[in-house]
Design a protein around this ligand. Structure first.
Ligand SMILES: C[S@@+](CC[C@H](N)C(=O)[O-])C[C@H]1O[C@@H](n2cnc3c(N)ncnc32)[C@H](O)[C@@H]1O
Length: 276
């Protein structure tokens, strides 16, 4: 029976080197942060995929890792396996409440609002923004973008588990969702104004004079320079009076990237472009 490599032995060192090489290539190509490499599950998942690729190619995992720059299929497989898509409707209610009570009243009533969910995962954030804007009686459009094709396809489907209804205020469920066949469906009139596109923010950000950008829980997966550049490029796409919202834990990084913090209320800080 094959014995697993002894930790610290030559085989384990070779595997560890293979994982390091793969992580370096992921950072170079996709801006993926090395901090992502800290949890053991990341290294295990990378090694599992490299082992599969190695078996397919008839080489060692280290050789497979060395060939990664030319093996887009394997790279995409690893990126997909490392994606953290956790999201939910009405996540961080204090932000939504601040938008309703403080942000929207300051935007001219006849101004059509353009919203962006940058790193939208399966769409809950973009649809929540749509529900909030529709409830406020605003004309609007919301765009959600994500690097993951599977996530964008799910967002376009707009079908969620029935339990997702518990995350939303009941009035929003009643107005914008239908519960049928044991699932929550976002209604068509909202789907008509919330659209989704596949987009890797490290390579391009949507252009558009946005009044509200959500760039939440994405930065932590990006390496410092790649993440800072994305944040600055997104902020540059804000229209007059526009604000970028992040998770509270990401605020120090956005300040470090040069974005200007804006106190929305006692609990919520948003951001504007550097120097504005
Ligand atoms: C944890 S989810 C956050 C979802 C949502 N923003 C929220 O806060 O609930 C992170 C999402 O960011 C996406 N993502 C990570 N890096 C990206 C990039 N470079 N371009 C576009 N999307 C990215 C991932 O695919 C994932 O769906």
């Amino acid at each position: 029976m094959a014995r697993p490599p002894r930790s610290g032995g030559p085989a384990a060192r070779s595997e560890s080197r293979a994982v390091d090489l793969a992580l370096a290539e992921l950072e170079r190509r996709y801006g993926l942060g090395r901090s992502l490499a800290a949890p053991g599950w990341v290294r295990e998942r990378v090694l599992a995929i490299l082992t599969g690729v190695a078996a397919r190619l008839g080489v060692s995992p280290l050789a497979a890792a060395e060939q990664l720059p030319e093996d887009k299929r394997a790279l995409e497989e690893i990126v997909g396996a490392l994606r953290v898509g956790e999201t939910r409707f009405y996540r961080d209610p204090i932000i939504w409440e601040a938008i309703i009570s403080t942000v929207l009243p300051k935007l001219p009533p006849d101004l059509p609002i353009a919203g962006l969910s940058a790193g939208c995962s399966t769409g809950e954030e973009a649809y929540t923004l749509g529900m909030i804007l529709a409830s406020a009686g605003r004309r609007f459009s919301v765009l959600g973008v994500d690097r993951s094709t599977a996530a964008v396809e799910a967002a376009r489907e707009a079908v969620y588990s029935a339990e997702a209804a518990e995350q939303l205020p009941p009035a929003l469920v009643q107005r914008y969702c239908e519960l049928k066949g044991g699932a929550l469906h976002v209604c068509q009139k909202l789907r008509d104004v919330v659209s989704f596109e596949v987009c890797d923010l490290v390579h391009a950000v949507p252009s558009g004079g946005f009044q509200i950008i959500f760039f939440k829980n994405v930065l932590l997966y990006l390496a410092e320079s790649a993440g800072d550049a994305v944040a600055r490029r997104l902020a540059a796409e804000l229209g007059p009076g526009g604000l970028l919202f992040s998770a509270a834990s990401e605020a120090p990084r956005l300040c470090g990237a040069g974005l200007t913090p804006v106190r929305v209320n006692a609990q919520v800080t948003a951001f504007r472009a550097p120097g504005t």
